[in-house]
Design a protein around this ligand. Structure first.
Ligand SMILES: CC(C)(COP(=O)(O)OP(=O)(O)OC[C@H]1O[C@@H](n2cnc3c(N)ncnc32)[C@H](O)[C@@H]1OP(=O)(O)O)[C@@H](O)C(=O)NCCC(=O)NCCS
Length: 212
């Protein structure tokens, strides 16, 4: 399939921050992602890649040879350069979305989910949500929960589709505009009815994404 979910790693952070700025009114400092990846053993973060972009940005061996070599002293200049992951590398440019959750006891808390604006409305945010719910199963969570802005009907629609229901309000939760947060929960994800619903939605989505 054209799209692939990978575990987020440290070199991905600059691109993740770039997408976050396009997706949210207020953002985490890049150090927060680094801390999450390095220090928080309960955190699980993913990135979504468009493999077509990886091919588009890939540098052929010939192009690599023709690249000007700067500031490399003999004898290092004789060695092939290491494929460093820079902001222009195919790996970074191919990231089009990201998401994450924390496991707290037996609850998986979704902390973030964002698609690059150019890639929305194609089922890809949904694909990342299925990736997070799969992680929730893998790490033994029983429920999935999250907070979402009261005004964010788009995200709420996505969560409703996957069986999240409103369970309360956190008043003035968002510090940028004092907006309230809606708290949403799934039912127990290990019940046969939720598993059946999740598998059905996921299979339909994979079929749709395969033809893209
Ligand atoms: C929320 C977000 C991740 C959805 O990503 P997306 O790739 O555009 O969504 P998808 O194409 O996978 O759509 C999945 C479902 O979301 C809902 N949805 C998506 N876009 C919608 C829109 N413009 N209007 C209404 N519902 C919408 C629908 O329920 C849709 O299911 P459907 O295709 O069966 O109608 C994306 O809009 C985003 O990054 N928003 C900014 C960040 C954000 O608000 N994150 C949520 C924080 S809680």
């Amino acid at each position: 399939m054209r799209y692939a979910i990978d575990q987020m790693t440290m070199p991905d952070v600059p691109r993740v921050v770039e997408i976050e700025r396009l997706a949210y009114p207020s953002t985490w400092p890049p150090s927060a992602y680094r801390k999450e990846l390095q220090d928080n053993r309960w955190a699980h973060y993913i990135v979504l890649r468009d493999t077509h972009l990886m091919e588009e940005y890939a540098v052929t061996p010939q192009q690599e040879l023709e690249k000007p070599r700067k500031n490399r002293l003999f004898p290092l200049s004789l060695l092939p350069s290491r494929p460093a992951i820079t902001m222009s590398s195919p790996e970074l440019n191919s990231i089009i979305g990201f998401a994450g959750l924390w496991l707290m006891l037996d609850e998986a808390h979704i902390t973030t989910i964002a698609m690059h604006p150019d890639y929305r409305r194609q089922g890809l945010g949904e694909f990342m949500l299925t990736g997070l719910i799969d992680i929730a199963y893998d790490i033994g969570a029983k429920w999935v929960t999250l907070e979402v802005r009261m005004s964010n009907y788009i995200a709420q629609n996505l969560y409703h589709k996957y069986g999240f229901r409103e369970a309360g309000i956190r008043h003035r939760y968002y510090s940028d505009n004092q907006e309230d947060a809606l708290i949403m929960w799934t039912e127990e994800i290990n019940t046969p009815s939720y598993k059946h619903k999740f598998q059905g939605l996921k299979n339909a989505l994979l079929k749709k994404l395969e033809v893209q």
